[in-house]
Ligand binder design. Structure first.
Ligand code: PGA
Length: 250
């Protein structure tokens, strides 16, 4: 049985005041029916970390560098974010791939760097609109997945989480329908299964891309969708909590 998980990716949003308010509102609702973590901008890790210390909610990094240390101005290592209280790290978010030119090979290194310090990497995969329209979704997603999977043992890769995030659905208000998302989740689960049955059975696959309080339950009703990676709606506490609660309706 895979426990659902919902993550909030706050991207480059918020101030000390707004972040603090958002965290208190979310934790004030108490226990939720899923694992929950939020990814604030890294300058707020200390603030958020101290606020969530006694709550069931965890924190994640939006990005990490794969190198241990050195002259890499502006970068933050996996060990640093772990030490600042993060239990999870997103790797390969499409905004990192598109705007900051991260390659599959770098994403694989980031996945491993997170594991090496004891964090759970969340590997983000997804196709562009053009790739979908040309019928290349399966090929794109498979190749992104395989590049990371083949650099690791089954036991290592199995400690992570996968997030399918079609790029055309991120921040656009256009969500993949449950059927469409489920189809790609099925492809991903099939590839995991081929690698090792334990991966297919146990790895959690999240959907991301304009998930909101109204469409979450429909997505979570699909057997292969184990939760969500939420951007915009995670900045509104009632919406984020409603999405988390929707995991418990199935
Ligand atoms: P969105 O972002 O929910 O605003 O579409 C999702 C994401 O980027 O992870």
């Amino acid at each position: 049985m895979r426990k659902p998980i919902v993550a909030g990716n706050w991207k480059m949003n918020g101030s000390r005041e707004s972040v603090s308010e958002l965290v208190s509102e979310i934790i004030s609702v108490g226990t939720l029916p899923c694992d929950v973590f939020i990814c604030p901008p890294s300058v707020f890790f200390d603030l958020v970390g101290s606020q969530i210390a006694d709550s069931p909610m965890d924190m994640g990094a939006q990005n990490i560098d794969w190198r241990e240390s050195g002259a890499y101005t502006g970068e933050i290592s996996a060990a640093m974010v772990k030490q600042s209280g993060c239990r999870y790290a997103l790797v390969g978010h499409s905004e990192r791939r598109t705007l900051f030119h991260e390659t599959d090979v770098e994403v694989a290194k980031k996945f491993k760097a997170a594991l090496d310090v004891g964090m759970t990497p969340v590997l983000c995969l997804g196709e562009t609109l053009q790739q979908r329209q040309s019928g290349d979704t399966e090929e794109v997603v498979s190749s992104q997945l395989k590049t990371v999977m083949q650099t690791l043992s089954v036991a290592e890769f199995g400690q992570g989480i996968v997030a399918y995030e079609p790029i055309w659905a991120i921040g656009t208000g256009e969500t993949a329908t449950p059927a469409l998302a489920s189809e790609v989740h099925g492809v991903i689960r099939g590839l995991l299964q081929d690698q090792a049955p334990v991966l297919g059975d146990e790895m959690r696959i999240l959907y991301g891309g304009s998930v909101n309080a109204s469409n979450a339950a429909g997505l979570f009703a699909e057997a292969d969708i184990d939760g969500a990676l939420v951007g915009g709606a995670s900045l509104i506490s009632e919406d984020f909590v409603a999405i988390c609660r929707a995991t418990g309706t199935n």
